[in-house]
Structure formats: structure tokens, C-alpha cells
Write a protein that binds this ligand. Sequence first.
Ligand SMILES: C[S@@+](CC[C@H](N)C(=O)[O-])C[C@H]1O[C@@H](n2cnc3c(N)ncnc32)[C@H](O)[C@@H]1O
Length: 210
Amino acid sequence: MTSLQTPLYNLSEFPLVYEPAEDTHLFLDALEKDMDNLLQIKPVTICEIGCGSGILITALASIFKNTCCYFCTDINPQACLATKNTALLNKADIECVQMDLTSCLKAQWRFDVIIFNPPYVVTEENEIKGNGLNRAFAGGKKGRIITDKFLKSLVNILSDNGVCYVLFLKDNILVEVEKIMQQNGFCSTVIMERKIPGEHLYICKFNKKH
Ligand SMILES: C[S@@+](CC[C@H](N)C(=O)[O-])C[C@H]1O[C@@H](n2cnc3c(N)ncnc32)[C@H](O)[C@@H]1O
């Protein structure tokens, strides 16, 4: 199995950026577990939405190196700077632009791999408009306001043979999401799950049905 190392990072100058936590590490473990499948699709474009510290996309860049282009977005401008810094520390070449999901990209942009560890905690709706750290966790109703908006756009940003990995919490009611995605032409598979104190997390993989 190809092992995925945790990249070096330093958030001391970026106090409003989400510090990698259990969810981030579950995501790294899931990508490592699915790496043989990822290698098989020979991606040339990889995108992370909500990159935070940037360690997930930087870890992928350490595997695919210069065979791929790496692009990420975060609504928090400090996260974009932190990600550029993480890329630099690990000698990776990653573009990061501040935006809401992929809203500033041209309609023709498609990615072979998309990853998103979204703000997934069930909160009051107004909390999702807070500062950098609030936006890292606050997911509004069912913890799915941001995730649902992202998944709606997935058909237009994922290449035909591409794969997308998203993190969910039990409270997000994943079966509901899987049903909607099925109706929208996607297959879904839970590739890893983990119970941590107070949370049950899942990494779900989506691909287009052929
Ligand atoms: C749970 S944190 C994950 C950070 C990092 N990817 C990780 O795994 O450690 C969620 C990230 O999504 C970003 N985010 C929240 N809403 C967003 C949106 N509408 N568009 C882009 N990024 C968003 C947050 O700023 C935060 O960096």
C-alpha cells in the first residue's frame, strides 16, 4: 500500500485557520486506503475545496508530484495563505484562490479528483456566516448547508471518470445524501468510518454512473 505522510505545516501566523484534527486525519487515512484506485485513474487535475491548512492536498501532491496540477479554494483568505505556506514547506506547487466553493471558476473547469472536508456540525443557520473559525465547522441545518450546495455543483466540476471524496458526520444523515446523489447520476461508497469521542465520521466517495 502507498503510504500517505502527514505534511509539515505551521499555523502560528494563521490563527483563524482550522487546525488539522481527527477528521483531517481520517481523511488522510481514507485517501491512503483508496490510493491504488486513485493511482489507477491517472488523475491530471486535483482540487480541494475548503483546504484550511492545506495538508490534505499537499499530501496528495507528495504522491502524484508533477504528474498533476493542484488547485484549491477556501472561503477564508487566511486558509489560502496557510495552504500556500504548507505547499512551500513541502516543496509542492499548489494554486489556492479564495472563493465560495468553486463559484469563481469558469464553467468548463473539470477535476479528476475532488476532496472536501466541509463544515459539518449541526448549528443555527446564522453561524455559517461567522469568522474564519466558525466557517470551518458550522454546517447549519443537518450540518449540510455547505455540503449540499457543493454536491449540487459536482456534476459540472467532476470529470467523467473522476472521483470525489467528502467527509460526513452521522448527524448529516448520509443515507439522504446518497439517495439524492443516486437520483443525480452518482454512485456512492463509504470507504472509511471512525467513531471518535462525540462524533461518528464517514468518508464517502462519489463517482458518476456510466
Ligand atoms: C472542517 S475545515 C477542513 C479544513 C482542512 N481541509 C482539513 O481537513 O483540516 C472546513 C474548511 O472549509 C472552509 N469553508 C467553509 N465554507 C466554505 C465555502 N463555502 N467555500 C470554500 N471553503 C469553505 C473553511 O474555511 C475551512 O477551512
